[in-house]
Design a protein around this ligand. Structure first.
Ligand code: PEP
Ligand code: MG
Length: 588
């Protein structure tokens, strides 16, 4: 086969070269096939046997996953078992076989395409994920009609997995086996389950390649460049050499990152700062720690809800939080209660669409409306706090009253747990996110009610500057160094420091070296970010002296524009601390 280069989206950096292993994708038949009436019983038996085998497979794989990667991924299979037990799904297929004499494969395919059509009419990202769960289960059933038990993935030899879309259960299984060099997929995005898992396991991954599964064959040689989002099929020697050179450079860079991770987080004048990680899955912890994270500054707990088709139970929540607390111990973990609602809808609750989701029922507003769900989450967080390194962060606070309501609920749940002698941390710190301008202006009063503040600059800047940064027509106005933003941040940070309380920033801004230096100058000491950016921020902050930075930043705040602020800071600091502007590696 010829040499081709395919462009996709790099979702997990790094480069690998190896043999392609195409993962089987069930192609549901398009033809409606019938069986003679005397064979209908046999066909029905074949289908029912496939249901039994599929259930056995699911339980068996669930056990493997539980042993290898833990309960949080094993829960996916509970959802799949529920789909398999759904009477309307099974009876739909049985009706086609029993009443219309349709062959089992055709009946399954027809029911699958009915579900697909229903899902296609829903433009919700989350719902599309549920579609893949149904496809996942029906594919297993289909395979079991013919092939007997599902074949185990090849556990020998290192390969590059090429798939149309790695279904959640497949991603959990295949990536945890330790023999995957890289992943290339037709579909998928940055936040798909497979992408998050691959990142956390340092497996170079490119998604969104459209038709790679049709353009390559098993055992083709591939180079997967997860940093630049490219896949090269059957590269000639010159291209191989070029990529091996690139891989070598990347490996040097990774070693450099690991070195930086071990350095102390102090500025030139020995002022301590704390880099922490923003995470979505507990599997990302080893990766975050290897980059030098000194705790999890933001755990986006909504991912627990977005990964399943049913509402998570208290034990499911608990499994995730307990793993986090244990794996990060003795470092702290800040668990943010769900930031769902608005555009991240939960179809399990069938809430009507809002005309202005960013200003609607999201985050704490949502939790206070659906209190039973909120209680489940708070109870699980409290149970996981027994190690005393867990903190609870409440998102999207707008007014003091909301904190009062949260505290009441918290007190009730603590009492319940104490009554049942369930261990928890009675002094678990409670903090709020400052991401609504109204809350920012109230910082001096809000801070008295809580133990710490976490500034969510992603939302705060968007609401403060009235700029939807995903709207390409206005995103040029989204400026973290806008003088208004910096003045507001100064006010928030100073109010917290005055009160002797901890304040951190967990928006993207903290991951930008120049912005991090500015924040240091405004008095910030805790920076939470996507862990891959920790080394570069650490390098920048270690290269400056807080007194100089403070003076320069406060002078710069008199400038009228973001550009003038940036220029002033670079000009004045470059002379004193040139090393702060020497970035490391391809990710900077
Ligand atoms: C933020 O708004 O800055 C934040 C960290 O929250 P999220 O990005 O999850 O909205
Ligand atoms: Mg936010």
């Amino acid at each position: 086969m010829d040499f081709i280069r395919l462009r996709g989206i790099g979702v997990s950096p790094g480069i690998a070269m190896g043999e392609a292993h195409l993962t089987g994708r069930i192609l549901f038949t398009q033809r409606k096939e019938y069986v003679p009436p005397h064979r209908v019983d046999e066909e029905m038996k074949r289908f029912r046997a496939a249901v039994v085998r599929t259930r056995e497979d699911l339980v068996r794989v669930q056990d493997v996953i539980r042993a290898k990667v833990g309960d949080e991924h094993a829960f996916i299979f509970d959802a799949h078992l529920m789909i398999l037990d759904d009477p309307s799904l099974i009876s739909g297929i049985e009706r086609l076989i029993g009443e219309e004499n349709v062959r089992a494969e055709s009946a399954l395919s027809e029911v699958h395409s009915r579900y697909e059509k229903i899902f296609e009419t829903i433009a919700d990202d989350y719902m599309r994920q549920r579609k893949s769960d149904i496809t996942d289960v029906l594919s297993k059933l289909y395979r079991n009609l013919e092939l007997g038990p599902e074949e185990e993935p090849d556990m020998t030899g290192q390969t590059i997995i090429v798939a149309h879309d790695l279904l959640p259960s497949e991603a959990a299984l295949r990536l945890s086996l330790g023999n995957v060099l890289a992943v290339a997929m037709d579909q998928g995005g940055q936040t798909s389950h497979a992408a998050i898992l691959a990142r956390s396991m340092n497996i170079p991954t490119v998604v969104g390649l459209h038709d790679i599964t049709r353009r390559i064959r098993n055992r083709d040689i591939l180079i997967v460049d997860g940093t630049d989002g490219e896949v090269i099929v059957n590269p000639p020697p010159a291209v191989r050499k070029e990529f091996l050179g690139k891989k070598e450079k990347y490996d040097v860079y990774r070693r450099e990152l690991r070195k930086v991770a071990k350095w102390k987080s102090v500025t030139l004048d020995d002022v301590r700062f704390t880099p922490m990680a923003n995470l979505e899955l507990p599997e990302e912890i080893p990766h975050a720690l290897s980059y030098g994270a000194e705790g999890v500054g933001l755990f986006r707990s909504e991912f627990i809800y977005l990964q399943r088709s049913t509402l998570p139970t208290e034990d499911e929540h608990y499994a995730v939080y307990a793993k986090l607390a244990k794996d990060v111990f003795p470092r702290p973990v800040y668990i943010r209660t769900i930031d769902i609602g608005g555009d991240k809808s939960l179809p399990q609750l069938q809430i009507e669409k809002e005309s202005n989701p960013a200003l609607g029922l999201r985050a704490i507003r949502f939790s206070l409306k659906f209190r039973d769900m909120f209680r489940v989450q708070l109870r699980a967080i409290l149970r996981a706090s027994a190690l005393k390194n867990v903190r609870v962060t409440i998102p999207m606070i707008t007014e003091v009253e909301e904190i009062g309501e949260v505290k009441l609920l918290f007190a009730e749940i603590k009492e319940e747990l104490a009554g049942k002698k369930i261990p928890f941390d009675p002094n678990i710190p409670l903090g709020v996110m400052i991401e609504v301008p109204a809350a920012a202006a109230l910082t001096d009063l809000l801070i008295k009610e809580v133990d710490y503040l976490s500034i969510g600059t992603n939302d705060l800047i968007q609401y403060y500057l009235a700029v939807d940064r995903s709207n390409e027509h206005v995103s040029y106005l989204y400026k973290p160094l806008h003088p208004s933003v910096l003045r507001l941040l100064r006010f928030i940070i100073e109010a917290a420091v005055r009160e002797g309380k901890e304040v951190s920033i967990c928006g993207e801004m903290a991951a930008d070296p120049l912005a991090a230096i500015v924040l240091l100058g405004l008095g910030l000491r805790t920076f939470s970010m996507n862990p891959i950016f920790i080394p570069r921020v650490k390098k920048a902050l270690r290269a400056v002296d807080t007194r100089t930075v403070r003076r320069v930043v406060h002078q710069a705040l008199n400038q009228a524009s973001a550009q003038a602020i940036e220029e002033t800071i670079i000009e004045k600091l470059l002379v004193r601390h040139p090393a702060a502007f020497l970035q490391i590696g391809p990710l900077s």
